[in-house]
Each structure stands twice: as C-alpha cells, then as structure tokens.
Design a protein around this ligand. Structure first.
Ligand SMILES: Nc1ncnc2c1ncn2[C@@H]1O[C@H](COP(=O)(O)OP(=O)(O)O)[C@@H](O)[C@H]1O
Ligand SMILES: [Mg+2]
Length: 612
C-alpha cells in the first residue's frame, strides 16, 4: 500500500511538471454531466463543490485536481475454484460517474467492497488520493437501530461526528475548566475545517430530498420501516461531500420522486461516483461511463448505459459471426484430417492441420456470463370489448384510507401504469382486482372474455415450505393434461434448464423467484396482465427482456413500477392514486411528467402573482 502511495505521489509530481499531461485532467465537455434543473440545484448542500478547483478560463471546460481518483491494480479474487476477478486494472477519475454493471453474481458488490477496503483481494491493491474519504451505502439496515435519524446521517462522516459529539459533551458540562476551554478551541477549529457549521443544514436538505420529513429526524432508526431506513442510509452516504462515493443499488427502495432527486444530486456531484444499479433510466441519467464486469475483467466504456447496450450488442454479433467462421473452418479441417490421415502422401499435411485445429479450439473465446431470458406472453384469445369496470371502490387498512370511491373503466389496448407515492394503495388495488382481498365498499367486474394473471410484489406465499422442485412447483399452475416437458419449456426460457429445474424452491434467490413467477405468468395464456413492481429483484438483462415482452404484448396490462424506462416505454395511460382521488390521463409517462411539471410551475406563478 505504502509503495503504491509513493508511486502515486511520484506520478502526481511528474504530472505537475510535464505540460503535456494537463489535458488528461480536463473533462471533455461532452462527458460532463448535464446540469439539470437549476431550481433543485440551489437546494443542494453548499459544500459540494469544495473538492474541486475550477479554473473557469480554461477553454475546454473545467480543471480538476485529481485527488479524488481511485485506482485498482492487478486485482485478483477467487472463491474456491470460482474466479471472480483476474488482473483487474482500472482507474476511476473525479468528475465522472461510473455505472458498474454485470450479470447476477458477476462480482459487482464484491468489487465495491474491495474498493472500500472492506474486503481484501487475493492479489493487487487499491490506491486513492491521500486523506480522501470513501463513503459507501451501508447495506445493514439494523446497524444504527439505537441512533437517531439525524445522527445516523452525520455518522456518514465519522471524524466530523466524533468532533461534534465531543464538542456537545463539552458544552453540556456544568463546570468548564481552562483545559476544557483549550480543547473546545481546538474542536471548533476542526469542526469548522470539516464544514461542521453547515452539517445540520446539509443533513436536512439530504433527508427532505429523499422524502424523510422533519418530524422523523429525532426518531430512532428502529422506529422506521425498511424503505425509510434505506433513505436515511443513503443520506448518510451522500453526507459531507465524500471524495469517492460507492453506491450499491441505491434506488431499490426509492419512489420515482426520490430517484429523480438522487439523479439530480449525482449530476451535480463533482467527485468520483461508482454505482451499481438495475435501473436503466437512472444509469442513463447519471453515468458518464459504464464499467462492465464480464469474463472476470472490468472494461470501461465512455457513455451511458444505452450507449453501452448498443455497443455490446454489436460486439456480440461480431463475436457470433467470428465464432461461426471458426466453427466452419474447424469442420473443414476435421474433414481433411479424416480423409487423409491414413494416406501416406498427405500425412504431413494432415498433421499440420491437426495442429491448426487444436489451436483453433484453444483460442475459443470464454463465454459471457450474461444471459437474456426469453420472455413472451401469449394470450389464448384476444380481449372482447368489455375489459374491466371499477365502481366506487374503497379500502382502508388499519384505519388509514388507501383510496375512496375509485371509478375506472379499462379499455381495449390499455396499458395502464399506476403511479403515486403510496405503494400500498397500488398493491392493495391489485390484490383486490386479482381476487386476493375484498374491498370495503364498491365493486368491480372483469369482462367475460378476460382471463387475468397477477404478478404480486411479495411472492413468499406462493412458495409454501419450499419443498417442491421447480418443475413440481410450476406444474401446480399448468393445465392438468400437460406433462413435465410442458413446464420445462417455460423454465428453460427463464434460464432454468437441465439440473437447474430440479432445484428445490427453498434455495432460490430473490431474482430466481421472480423468474419463476414470470414463468407462471407466461403459461397462463392470460389476456390481461397485472404486475406489481416486477423488476424489483431482476438483473438488467431480465429487466430488458421483460420490458420488451410487455411492449410487444398485444392486450391489456395494469402495472406499477419504480423503473422509469419501464413505465415510459410500456404505458399508454397513467393513473395516479392521490389522497384526493385519481388522476387518469391517456398519455405516456414522459408526457405525464411534463404536464405535471407545467402544472406545478403554473401554480407557482399564480401564487407569486397573488403575493405581489
Ligand atoms: N464469502 C463468499 N464465499 C463464497 N462465495 C461468495 C462469497 N461472497 C460472494 N460470493 C460469490 O461471489 C459471486 C459474486 O457475488 P456478488 O459480488 O455479490 O455479485 P453481484 O454482481 O450480484 O453483486 C457470487 O457468485 C457469490 O455467490
Ligand atoms: Mg450485488
């Protein structure tokens, strides 16, 4: 580690002297993250720009000191026989935001832990600028149970928190000795240097941006529900302008508003950010680079996720063509060898071709760990004219009204996204429509031609004690006349083939369970699909496949999702459930957001006029 640091300093000195290298410290303008909404910008913590030295008169943009760079050299890690990383050499530079992507189990979380120093690799080292603070989103929801929400956020900057706590203890003393006076002077200096005086305001901005209201700030963490805890832990990671910010799936428990706020925050963040996420819209909004883990290596691409996806598809097709050529060549060689190996005059040629053949097989590319499941929903019959009528539906849970007097007519071809901050309202409505829950008041009626299939948000109840294997489990939902090979077909499409299909459901991961639930939905032949947050546990490949399947589905879809791209590309009608009733509009999600924004700014103008 020491020698790495020396190396780094040597390199830095060299760079200072050499004039030619200054360009490497300039972020090309095309790569700079766009400054989004100015209004939100003004509410961002002031200290965000502190680590950056801007020389505005540079013609090409800004000049950054590279002290927030982080470098991984020769990293290798294996678990038993399984090689996760092999010779990973990679440099993350400040001002950039890297989306770290890769298949389930490729090693994304592991790599972040290695960068953060929480996990020692088998070989290689991590080096970063001296004194640079790394902040990582804490994955343990119970780690701060006894701490208040506010203090949990401040604890993101441990040094500052220690100074703050000592300072407070000192001022709480009844008697203040001379020694205490000296100590308090020292503490005030340290406190000031670390922007302690702005800490409270900064924490407040982060918490309210992430949807934690003021009244909750003095509550203990254990009093919060899971989704609120995640928001506080996220505020903790963002707090105090860390030099290097590592976020593992930060959007998982956030609603669309909080995700938009985070996108904005990260777009203005000037230091180094590395993010793992399954949310393509989010990645596209914030990433300047994509770091792709595959074949045990990490490769960096300039550009956002969509750009990476296009480039990788092209690369994949090229590889496929290449491998077809190689196979054809190998066949040709094999043929020659067979025909002529017993022929003395051709024996030498046959031997040399044997060598060629061996070389061809040796040079075979390792296969990618990425796999795209094949998702397609085929309705048994098209929908008739009457789809679904909802009349005066009301439901309360534990004394809280979720919706009241809800009326809705679903038409042919509707793909409705249910949005709104109250996810319990959406989940409850879907449960009622799927016949799993009774409403308090009102009624609903599906048309006679309609067969619906429901994908619940929580699927524990569907797996019982986990004793069945996947084939047995899925057969429960298949027509009785069908045999095991029928369900095997659906499992195979969802990447459970051969042995995999014999696993007990009790060993399945969250993502695998979701794939089972999707197989169940695929074999139903339904013409109206109800999906509650289907992308939650899926990897990017599965989300892309599911997204494409729902775009292609010719009939009716009712769904809720926190994945912006999913909602924006599937829905042709938006229903927002608000405490005052529903907003129901025939438009796509981006049009809907634009409409809302315009309406909100109109409201502001109106208020300003009244005030004037
Ligand atoms: N302590 C461990 N022992 C053995 N295998 C592990 C351990 N931690 C992680 N793994 C395996 O390493 C792989 C990478 O895990 P992880 O980094 O969590 O993947 P992901 O890319 O999904 O975040 C997975 O196959 C996981 O099962
Ligand atoms: Mg992970």
């Amino acid at each position: 580690m020491k020698s790495a640091r020396r190396n780094w300093q040597r390199k830095k000195r060299k760079r200072k002297k050499g004039g030619a290298n200054w360009r490497s410290r300039i972020i090309p303008q095309g790569l700079k993250r766009p400054l989004l909404n100015k209004k939100i910008n003004s509410s961002l913590p002031f200290s965000q720009t502190k680590n950056t030295r801007c020389h505005g008169d540079f013609p090409h943009g800004f000049y950054y000191e590279d002290k927030t760079m982080i470098t991984a050299s020769n990293i290798a890690l294996s678990y038993g026989k399984r090689v996760i990383f092999q010779d990973v050499n990679i440099k993350f530079t400040p001002g950039n935001c890297y989306g770290l992507i890769g298949a389930n189990g490729a090693g994304k979380s592991t790599f972040l832990k290695i960068l953060a120093g929480q996990l020692e690799p088998d070989r290689g080292q991590i080096s970063k600028g001296p004194g640079q603070r790394i902040a990582m989103l804490n994955q343990d929801q119970f780690a701060f149970d006894e701490v208040t929400v506010f203090n949990t956020v401040i604890m993101g900057h441990k040094k500052l928190y220690r100074v703050m706590a000592e300072r407070e203890a000192l001022y709480a003393k009844a008697e203040f000795s001379e020694e205490d006076g000296i100590r308090s002077g020292e503490l005030e200096i340290k406190f000031g240097e670390m922007d302690g005086y702005e800490a409270e305001a900064e924490a407040a901005v982060l918490l309210s941006g992430l949807g934690i209201p003021e009244r909750m700030r003095q509550k203990k963490m254990k009093e919060l529900d899971g989704s609120d805890k995640v928001r506080v832990l996220l505020a903790q990671a963002l707090f105090g302008n860390p030099g290097i910010l590592l976020l593992d799936e930060p959007t998982n428990q956030l609603d669309l508003d909080a995700i938009r706020w985070l996108e904005d925050f990260l777009s203005h963040f000037q230091n180094t950010v590395i993010i793992v996420s399954h949310d393509r819209h989010f990645l596209n909004q914030v990433c300047t680079h994509v770091a792709d883990i595959d074949y045990g290596k990490i490769r960096i691409y300039v550009g956002n996720y969509d750009f990476w996806y296009q480039a990788s598809q092209l690369h994949f097709r090229q590889k496929e063509t290449e491998s077809k050529k190689v196979k054809a060549k190998a066949e040709e060689l094999k043929g020659f060898i067979q025909r002529f190996s017993s022929n003395a005059s051709k024996a030498r040629q046959a031997t040399s071709r044997k060598k060629l053949l061996e070389k061809l097989t040796l040079d075979d590319m390792p296969t990618s760990s990425r796999k795209y499941p094949y998702i397609v929903f085929k309705p048994e019959r098209p929908c008739g004219d009457i789809i679904l009528e909802i009349n005066g539906l009301s439901k309360e849970i534990e004394g809280v009204s979720l919706f009241e007097d809800l009326n809705l007519t679903v038409n042919k071809g509707d793909k409705i996204a249910f949005v709104g901050t109250n996810s319990l309202a959406k989940t409850t409505l879907f449960q009622i429509l799927a016949g799993e829950l009774a409403p308090d008041k009102g009624s609903f009626r599906w048309g006679v031609t309609i067969k619906n299939a429901y994908f619940p948000k929580e699927n524990n109840g569907y797996f019982g004690n986990g004793e069945l294997d996947l084939i047995g489990w899925l057969r429960q939902y298949a027509p009785p006349k069908e045999d095991a090979s029928f369900v095997r077909g659906f499992l195979g499409k969802m990447l459970f083939s051969g042995e995999e299909a014999m696993k007990k459901t009790s060993v399945l991961s969250g993502g695998e369970r979701v794939r089972c639930m999707l197989s169940r939905m695929m074999l139903s032949g339904a013409n109206a699909l109800i999906l509650d947050e289907p992308s939650n546990h899926l990897d990017l490949e599965s989300i892309t496949s599911l997204n494409n399947a729902l775009i292609a589905f010719p009939e009716v879809v009712l769904f809720a999702s926190h994945d912006h791209q999913f909602v924006a590309t599937v829905a042709n009608r938006i229903v927002e459930i608000t405490p005052e009733g529903i907003i129901d509009v025939m438009m796509n999600f981006d049009e809907y957001l634009a409409m809302k924004e315009a309406a909100l700014s109109g409201e502001n103008i109106y208020q300003e006029r009244q005030a004037a």
